[in-house]
Design a protein. Structure first.
Lengths: 838, 278
């Protein structure tokens, strides 16, 4: 049989899939007809910048074939050997006991009858569950589609997500400049052009865009930074780790002590205020509350001027370096790159991380945010992009089978009870739990102040937990508690449905095997998340919508999530309500027809060709982000969800005052007495840092950023080719170890040598890693990525067992950003490290 | 006739490993009869990335040297091979015949670059073919080059004067990875790391201000160079020869001049150099 070529898309780029005799032989970055590309051109300083006619996908995408055929695939339905739904359930053995293969019929019978039993006994609110993010691509099959549609039918208790990865911006920066409809991250339109034309310096503060890639856009933006480097734009990297972008770009590396970034930012403001080198006219017209802020910076409120010398005592960064940076920043047109999508970064994932994020906005506010070269730009989005052509992203209401109005029937969940993702184990083990905030608060600032309590009056505690995959032992915080939760008898039934064995899979009573998006039909746009990250495909050099063709049949006994839920719904008498009478392919076609794409290509051609590239139109007019605000014009960017756009308030930001708020009106209105997220930002030393008592016992800070060679936990463990990349894992004695990077100054007194096994530990956990001795990490800091998918306890089933897989998140604290801010704080973590002899 | 090659610009390589993984996808488990046998799971790095950490805290650098077969015009592996098991195609690509080379481990040890890998199961030496099977089918690029996001890998015909690779090599900045091996490798590099020295000048009487614009002179190994400290008081000299003796002289008005001697056994960070006022 000759070779067939299919098109598909991954969470980090479109691909061509080569199939021979029913087997995938190769997966390449999508090979498109050269004639389909009409690349944009940016002219700057007499040079023309234009991207190559190709798609630059993330490294791990090249290993998709290996993941597809991974030994870690779940091949058949499984049941825990000592689980008997009609007898002893033995929940205490979750994570310990073996599994046996069962038929699909038996599996579906158990799952559907458990759902029925729990609903009949306790009501739908006793059912909860959640999905792993980013584990596949395609709007029909994405987690927000089938899972949510099915669960809404059951009237389950949804889990609210903290915006993990940019919590400080979400819970802090929104009260400074709005953008709550982007969950605190700023619009990024046309900032590549602005950067190439206007930027003289870029400050990458807690940002490694070459590793985090604007989330879904693969390596597309690498070449932009290459251009900026060749242009001679000065670059500064503020990060306790000399990160991979810093390595590629060179430039100045400044390594503050973790948790003190806000102090350093305040010292920069101090230099500008005392030397008069800030944009006073802009402060006058575009901001409020500056005088109070200035008093705090000058020490008129607490008696402590926030001088560079003061900041040096906190951050260890020399006062003279802070001073020089501040002066350079004021003198040159400087872009602030405060995280991969503009506003993210590990510095906001720490105790009181809201304060650093707010300071980032305010610093750039002092230099005329929105003026040429004075943006907040992650350098991973903001290419010229035709946003007129609408195609739904997975997070758009109109892009999910659970919520899109193209459906004839939409199940509505009337259950008001909620769980908070970070505290699910606490909710199960030690209820009640309470918190402020509606998770992704993208509708209003007020959502952040809504109070929740679990269990909610008149609702049941959770008895049935339905999980898609999940490796929270490696991604959340203080994660041994997830093991304890799973072993609680309060969870009467746990089901896990996934493609691969993940850390949480073997905590289930029944395991259901799912196929990948190469084994089913779907459609999706490269990098387009939609929803609160609208127009994320501007992180790509070319917009492309991909018909994700079914390349091979589902392998072994795996089925698509959609089919599994169809079969369960059928047993519950809800099949029609679930499917809306549609097959997956019919949903694909329905979404296609609902979009703007039929204006450019008909279904048959799209289905056959497999993709459509949306080029920018001739005469493309750029509208740089926030230029409208700086120039006091109506918002002219296509930022769809900006509620003031196209209204009489179109010149305003999304804050209460419509301006940049040095003193937040929304915090003043709702939580005026909160001393941990005060009305105006403050530097508050971490509760787990160099000032805390614990520091005497655990003198090292753990830095656990998002990983470079996997997508959170995805691709790790299931894709062993990556184990040949020593930044990712290091093979030794037949095992692929998770690296922990340590400065020689910390390694030597502990007798640790390069390649030694080491134990990272504190009172919460012990994790085994391999020591990598490097000059690229600040003394006093251990750098080890979060997101190991390999939870491998030496004593299976025992929550406090040392983990050999590298789940360093087990070491991180449960404590939230601050008393009213329920974001996670992985970077406020003290540990000790020692050689481990095995 | 042609001479296909890859020009590798180390200054543009971000160490993303796309090239390594694209190569593995092309060859793992895939036989291309007469061209190459399938790569096994372990031990094959046809496009190996050598990560080099340079310098010392707080002024480290890191770079990556992608290292495929050099496709030498004077290839030691060809000399070591029996029965014509290693041959050069008319387009310059050095190939290992996956049949004839069985059992010939001398081919592996003949390569001074260590870019030929032994497949123990098949008793076969294996290496990069520049994706010759794809080029013959009309694909324009090897998989590694196709997947490079920054243009760090440039593929083409050195004999085609209109090609980008010929133009770039013609600029005269390119070099072999190990010229001392004298194998006339077709694969060429730009920006291979040498040694650098870095440091920070500090005024003892004014530690709160960076010592900007201070003249720093370097001499040694037959060169004299001069630079000024930047706005952080930092200075750096790149592209120094290895294992040479150098001296740095620092002079600022009103301060006692300083000299510091060092040897470039590796990259050197002189740290803070404090100038005393006169």
């Amino acid at each position: 049989m000759s070779e067939q070529v299919f098109t598909n898309c991954t969470n980090a780029g479109p691909v061509s899939v080569y199939v021979k005799d029913g087997k995938v032989t190769r997966i390449r970055p999508l090979v498109a007809d050269e004639k389909d590309f009409k690349p944009w051109v940016i002219e700057a300083d007499g040079r023309r910048y234009s991207p190559p006619k190709k798609f630059s996908v993330a490294p791990f995408v090249h290993a998709e074939r290996r993941r597809l055929y991974s030994d870690e695939r779940i091949k058949y339905p499984l049941k825990r050997v000592d689980f008997d739904p009609k007898g002893e359930r033995n929940p205490q053995n979750r994570g310990k006991s073996a599994y046996k293969r069962i038929s699909w019929n038996e599996a579906l019978d158990i799952v559907s009858s458990e759902i029925k039993r729990v609903r009949d006994t306790y009501g739908g609110s006793a059912i909860s569950g959640l999905t792993s993010s980013h584990h596949n691509w395609g709007i029909v099959g994405y987690k927000m589609g089938p899972f949510a549609r099915f669960m809404n039918l059951l009237e389950f208790t949804p889990v609210l997500d903290n915006p993990d990865s940019w919590e400080g911006w979400h819970w802090g920066a929104t009260h400074t400049y709005g953008f709550y409809w982007r969950l605190g991250m700023p619009e990024q339109y046309d900032l590549l052009e602005d950067g190439l034309k206007n930027a003289e310096m870029i400050v990458f503060w807690s940002n490694d865009p070459d590793s985090t890639r604007g989330t879904y856009s693969g390596q597309e933006s690498s070449i932009w930074r290459q251009w900026l480097k060749e242009k001679g734009v000065e670059m500064v990297f503020i990060d306790p780790f000399h990160n991979f972008t810093a390595a590629a770009m060179e430039g100045k590396w400044i390594a503050p002590r973790m948790g003190t970034d806000a102090a350093m930012a305040m010292a920069i403001a101090h230099v500008w205020i005392t030397e008069g080198t800030y944009d006073k006219a802009y402060i006058e017209t575009h901001t409020i509350g500056f005088d109070g802020f200035k008093k705090y910076i000058l020490g008129e409120i607490d008696g402590q001027p926030k001088t560079p010398e003061w900041a040096e005592t906190e951050s260890t960064v020399r006062a003279r370096v802070i001073r020089a940076l501040a002066r350079q920043w004021a003198k040159k047109r400087t872009v602030l790159s405060g995280g991969s999508r503009g506003g993210e970064g590990g510095a906001c994932r720490t105790a009181f991380g809201t304060e650093w994020a707010r300071m980032m906005v305010l610093l750039q506010g002092m230099q005329g945010l929105g003026k040429p070269g004075r943006s907040i730009w992650g350098t991973t989005m903001g290419a010229p992009s035709d946003t007129d052509v609408w195609f739904p992203g997975y997070a758009d209401l109109q892009g999910r089978i659970a919520t899109a109005t193209v459906a004839d029937y939409l199940p509505i969940n009337t259950n008001k009870q909620r769980l908070w993702r970070l505290t699910i184990p606490d909710a199960i083990l030690e209820p009640p739990v309470s918190w402020y905030g509606e998770g992704f608060c993208g509708q209003s600032l007020e959502q952040q102040f809504k109070h929740f309590e679990y269990p909610m009056e008149g609702h049941s505690e959770i008895k049935l937990f339905y999980r898609y995959g999940g490796s929270f032992m490696g991604t959340m915080s203080d994660t041994t508690k997830w093991v304890r939760m799973y072993q609680s008898p309060k969870l009467e039934f746990v089901v896990n449905q996934d493609v691969w064995f993940n850390s949480e899979t073997r905590m289930a009573d029944v395991i259901l095997p799912v196929c990948t998006n190469f084994e089913r039909d779907d459609v999706g746009e490269f990098a387009a998340a939609g929803g609160y990250t609208v127009h994320a495909s501007s992180g790509c050099n070319h917009r492309i919508i991909v018909r994700q063709q079914k390349c091979i049949d589902p392998m072994w006994e795996s089925k698509s999530d959609y089919e599994i839920f169809t079969l369960i719904a059928e047993r519950l008498g809800m099949k029609e309500q679930f499917t809306d009478g549609k097959t997956e392919l019919e949903w694909v076609k329905t979404f296609f027809e609902s979009s703007d794409l039929p204006k450019y290509i008909n279904w048959e051609e799209f289905d056959k060709k497999g993709y459509y590239i949306i080029n920018t139109k001739t005469g493309y007019k750029s509208t740089p982000s926030l230029r409208w605000f700086a120039e006091t014009r109506d918002c002219d960017t296509p930022d769809l969800n900006n509620p003031k756009r196209n209204t009489e308030k179109a010149k305003e930001l999304g804050t209460y005052s419509g301006k940049i708020e040095f003193e937040s009106e929304s915090l003043k209105a709702h939580m005026p007495d909160d001393q941990e997220r005060p009305v105006s930002p403050r530097y508050i030393p971490s509760w787990e840092g160099h000032h805390s008592d614990l520091y005497a016992r655990y003198p090292l800070q753990l830095l656990s950023p998002h990983p470079r060679f996997s997508f959170h936990c995805h691709y790790d463990k299931h894709t062993d080719w990556l184990n040949d990349i020593p930044v990712h894992r290091i093979k030794k004695d037949g095992y692929a170890w998770w690296p922990a990077r340590i400065n020689p100054l910390d390694a030597e007194p502990r007798g640790i040598k390069n390649g030694d096994y080491v134990r990272l530990h504190n009172d919460r956990a012990s994790v085994l890693c391999m020591a990598v001795i490097t000059e690229r990490v600040k003394p006093g800091v251990i750098h080890s990525y979060a997101s190991s998918a390999k939870y491998d306890p030496l004593i299976p089933g025992q929550a406090d067992s040392p983990d050999k897989g590298g789940c360093v998140s087990m070491l991180t604290p449960s404590r939230m950003l601050s008393q009213n801010v329920p974001g996670m704080t992985p970077n406020s973590c003290l540990i000790e490290i020692e050689r481990w002899e095995g | 006739m042609a001479r296909y090659s890859i020009l590798i610009d180390v200054t543009k390589c971000t160490g993303c490993y796309n090239c390594f993984l694209a190569c593995r996808d092309e060859y793992y488990g895939n036989d291309y009869p007469s061209y190459s046998a399938a790569q096994p799971l372990d031990g094959q790095f046809w496009m190996q990335i050598k990560e080099i950490e340079r310098g010392a805290y707080p002024k480290p650098k890191a770079c990556y040297v992608p290292t495929p077969c050099m496709h030498c015009e004077s290839a030691p592996c060809m000399d070591a091979a029996k029965d014509g098991a290693v041959y050069r195609r008319s387009d310059g690509i050095v190939m290992i015949d996956p049949q004839k080379a069985i059992g010939q481990d001398a081919i592996v040890s003949a390569c001074p670059y260590r870019v030929i890998y032994w497949n123990a199961e098949k008793q076969l030496p294996q290496k990069c073919t520049l994706c010759a099977h794809r080029l013959d089918e009309g694909d324009p690029l090897p998989r590694c080059v196709e997947s490079c996001p920054t243009g760090a890998l440039v593929f083409g015909d050195l004999d085609d004067s209109g090609s980008e690779i010929a133009k770039r090599v013609g600029e005269g900045r390119s070099e072999a990875l190990h010229p001392e091996y004298k194998t006339r490798s077709l694969v060429q590099y730009i920006g291979l790391p040498k040694c650098f020295v870095a440091g920070e000048v500090v005024f003892k009487d004014n530690p709160g201000e960076c010592a900007q614009g201070v003249t720093v002179s370097l001499s040694g190994a037959g060169v004299n160079r001069e630079t000024k400290t930047d706005h952080y008081g930092d200075f750096e000299f790149e592209d120094l020869e290895k294992n040479q003796q150098y001296e740095i002289s620092i002079a600022a008005d009103g301060y006692v001049a300083r000299q510091v001697a060092f040897t470039t056994r590796k990259d050197v960070n002189l740290g803070e150099i404090v100038l005393e006022p006169k």
